[in-house]
Design a protein around this ligand. Structure first.
Ligand code: NAD
Length: 479
């Protein structure tokens, strides 16, 4: 058994959960596979109605669930509410897809013949999720996979088992068969067992590059299967010389220090033109220094705790490396264990580091903490080149009043998501979410992509002519 604790007060145990073994994973996969047979026969719109009902349960419990998110992973109250709202929105969107197009039809090249595609379930889908969107990310994966007719084995983060349980309970209370949606608690051990289980037809992983690569390599060894990876980011915001500086400061603060920088889409690089660097930094440092660290459930708190003590050590080490490489910490730069009302918690001060060069580690590696690296760039072309210099490609933002410059940046930036005059955070449900390069392996979640990811295309030809007709040979018309 293991305890899930409140990162703001680790003595507060949120719940105690079983650390599952490979044998338990096997039992869960078998149970989900058995339940999936009946589920695959439920008409798609009826599956959608149950997903809509799950969304209604989540909406009715939004306050309670948001408080749990805040308590279990340390998100401040408004952000915890956003996490739950994403799941509610995803339920509404996916439920609607249950009555939308399910394939394509094309005219046949032959008379009296029909051609179309439809979607078939994969079977059992394995899911491994991170702690930082503990309700939203399970919903991004589970709702589309359920609509597509699959059974599920979900292995949530060992830092957020309570949120996963609450999400699954909302689904089963809404009428989704409990055996269809299995939850396996624990860390890498059950995760790795799920990744190599031969009964799992597709595996969907969200987390760090390191864990994702090990999961994908292991999964491939047991045979061909579909493995989707949503991994880390090193997201940049470009601020051009003509940008609205106050707007850019608002965006940088929310992007860099929201969720204490523990988002895959957090802004971790600020690429600023030298003409506006001074004014921008003065305002940014003043406002970042005034952000209030505290209990995430207290409405006056701006920045909550880090998820673990180890996260604090990792962030502090990255800032030390930046100092050693010649950069300057102009705001923050210290772990804090003395925040009132948060005994035993580890925080990290909102930190701004200037004088960072593209080759520095702080400019290339994901920190996953409230640390913003500032780099000066001479013009838009250099800014785009620096954005693209990293191994990651999740999200980027450009702040400018020049529409031509904005669209040139959108065209040149190699990331899965680009924002104009908005921070690197702010994805909406109906559009695809995901990244290029090492951020993933080409898949996208959300929008209709989730349903595509969790289903298999079946192409169907029906010839009602009553005679043999040969494609590419007969009925070619006058030659
Ligand atoms: P993590 O990689 O430590 O853990 C993620 C999940 O993988 C957990 O459930 C964990 O138990 C499991 N796991 C870890 N090692 C494993 C192994 N060897 N085999 C099987 N399972 C294993 O990540 P985290 O700390 O929970 O989340 C933070 C990371 O996730 C950051 O890098 C962040 O950028 C990334 N993230 C990406 C997205 C995205 O959509 N691209 C979204 C959120 C978070």
């Amino acid at each position: 058994m293991f305890d899930s604790v409140n990162p703001a007060r680790p003595a507060d145990v949120v719940g105690t959960y079983p650390s599952r073994s490979g044998e338990d994973v096997d039992g869960a996969v078998r149970a989900a596979a058995a339940a999936q047979i009946a589920w695959a026969r439920v008409p798609v719109p009826a599956r959608g109605e149950l997903i809509a009902a799950a969304g209604a349960v989540l909406a009715a419990r939004k306050a309670e669930l948001s408080a749990l998110v805040s308590r279990e992973v340390g998100k401040i109250a408004v952000e915890a509410g956003g996490d739950v709202q994403e799941a509610i929105d995803m339920a509404a969107f996916v439920a609607g897809q249950g009555r939308a197009a399910w394939g394509e039809t094309v005219p046949s090249e032959l008379a009296d013949k029909l051609c179309w595609t439809t979607r078939a379930p994969i079977g059992v889908v394995g899911m491994i999720t991170p702690w930082n969107f503990p309700v939203a990310i399970p919903s991004w994966k589970c709702f589309p996979a359920l609509l597509a007719g699959n059974g599920i084995v979900l292995k949530p983060s060992e830092h957020a088992p309570g949120c996963a349980e609450a999400f699954v309970r909302a689904c089963t209370e809404a009428g989704i068969p409990p055996d269809l949606l299995q939850v396996i608690h624990g860390g890498p051990v059950p995760g790795a067992a799920l990744a190599v289980h031969p009964g799992v037809g597709a595996l969907s992983f969200t987390g760090s590059v390191r864990s994702g690569r090990s999961v994908a390599a292991a999964a491939m060894e047991t045979g061909p299967r579909l493995v989707s990876l949503e991994l880390g980011g090193k997201n940049a915001m470009i601020v051009a010389a003509d940008a609205d500086i106050d707007l850019a400061v608002d965006g940088a603060l929310f992007g860099a220090f929201g969720t204490a920088g523990q988002r895959c889409t957090s802004t971790s690089r600020l690429l600023v033109h030298p003409d506006v660097a001074g004014a921008l930094l003065d305002r940014l440092v003043e406002r970042a220094g005034a952000l209030r660290l505290g209990d995430p459930q207290d409405p006056s708190t701006d920045v909550g705790p880090l998820i673990t003590e180890a996260a604090g050590q990792r962030i502090a080490a990255m800032v030390e490396v930046a100092r050693a490489e010649g950069a300057s910490v102009v705001c923050g730069g210290r772990p804090r264990t003395d925040v009132a009302g948060c005994e035993g918690a580890v925080f990290y001060e909102p930190t701004v580091v200037t004088g960072v060069r593209p080759a520095h580690r702080l400019a290339r590696e994901e920190v996953f903490g409230p640390v913003l690296a500032v780099l000066e760039v001479a013009d838009l072309d250099e800014a785009v080149a620096v954005v693209n210099q990293v191994d990651y490609g999740l999200s980027a933002a450009v702040y400018t009043r020049d529409v031509n410059a904005a669209l040139r940046a959108v065209a040149g930036i190699d990331t899965g998501i680009v924002y104009v005059n908005a921070p690197t955070i702010g994805a909406e449900i109906p559009l695809p979410f995901g990244g290029t390069k090492h951020t993933g392996n080409g898949f996208r979640e959300a929008g209709t992509r989730g349903i595509e990811q969790f289903s298999q295309v079946k192409t169907v030809y029906v010839d009602y002519s009553g005679r043999l007709q040969r494609a590419q040979i007969d009925n070619r018309g006058p030659s």
